[in-house]
Ligand binder design. Structure first.
Ligand code: NAD
Length: 258
């Protein structure tokens, strides 16, 4: 018996095999879940299809640009038609323009700010709104997003993404409060730095990785499989009383002072 046996899950944000969303999808599949995988647009369709073929049970595959309310509504309708309700949602989506995370922070433009916050934070609220009625019909559910320590501390070149992560974490708390009476939980995992497509856009990312190897209590960063294991815990019944939480999965880096 897996922790997620018989549960229906929607995982948003698969781009390639390195995506944290994909690591979580693989672990959720191994734990028994039936999945829908969602990717930003058709450019990622083939890759996602090839990945999904390696899962132990067939997954529904759908494109969804999370800046489009109509696409989010269509995604939720299609999930409902396929699975008849939803038990968990994984939000693994973020974007900021290259300029916004390389120019000095004070130069952040209004458009770059709006785009980063829209894709990386507002999308969680929109997806939660679409998913909540599907979860309610299953007696409740679990919503999980992915964040980074740059929400509360300054990291080089993280810039507007740090502001977006602060908004994302606050959104988790407000969603937890709002949806809790419907037995829907909302949590985040704050992951240590892991080489993915999104991370490769951050100049000096290898320097940040090296810093974790030198300073984190465990002298390393987190592995994507460790993020995925924590995700399975937060998505399933074993974390039934946990909501509004940001779980640090970062080899302990966040406790260091210097
Ligand atoms: P990734 O590039 O694999 O995932 C980001 C995903 O966001 C991609 O699938 C991309 O297509 C999707 N996306 C961007 N704009 C979109 C849009 N408009 N509509 C739909 N999808 C869109 O990288 P990742 O590192 O796996 O990122 C997943 C999450 O994990 C992000 O929120 C990221 O900030 C967070 N995170 C990553 C790290 C890390 O070091 N990699 C650490 C902490 C948190």
């Amino acid at each position: 018996m897996g922790d997620l046996d018989g549960l229906n899950g929607l995982v948003v944000g698969v781009a390639n095999r390195r995506s944290l969303a994909w690591s979580i999808a693989r672990a959720a599949d191994a734990a028994g879940a039936r999945l829908t995988l969602s990717y930003a647009n058709d450019r990622f369709g083939e890759k996602t299809r090839a990945l999904a073929a390696t899962l132990s049970r067939p997954a529904q595959l759908l494109a969804c640009d999370v800046t489009r309310d109509d696409e989010i509504e269509a995604l939720c309708r299609a999930v409902d038609a396929e699975h008849g309700g939803l038990d968990f949602l994984v939000h693994g989506v973020a974007f900021a323009s290259r300029e916004a995370i390389s120019e000095p922070f004070v130069e952040t433009t209004r458009d770059d700010f709006r785009q980063a916050l829209d894709v990386s934070a507002y999308s969680l609220i929109a997806l939660a709104r679409g998913a909540a009625p599907l979860m309610e019909r299953r007696g409740g559910g679990s919503i999980l997003t992915l964040t980074y320590l740059g929400s509360g501390r300054v990291f080089p070149n993280y810039n507007v993404m740090g502001v977006a992560k602060a908004a994302l974490e606050a959104s988790v708390r407000y969603l937890a409060s709002d949806l809790g009476p419907r037995n829907i939980r909302a949590n985040a995992i704050s992951a240590g730095p892991i080489k993915t497509l999104a991370a490769s856009g951050i100049a000096g990312f290898t320097h940040i990785l090296q810093h974790y190897r030198e300073r984190a209590p465990l002298r390393r960063t987190a592995e994507s499989t460790e993020v995925a294991d924590a995700a399975v815990f937060l998505l399933g019944p074993r974390s039934g009383a946990v909501t509004g939480e940001v779980l640090m999965v970062d080899a302990g880096y966040h406790v260091t002072g210097m």
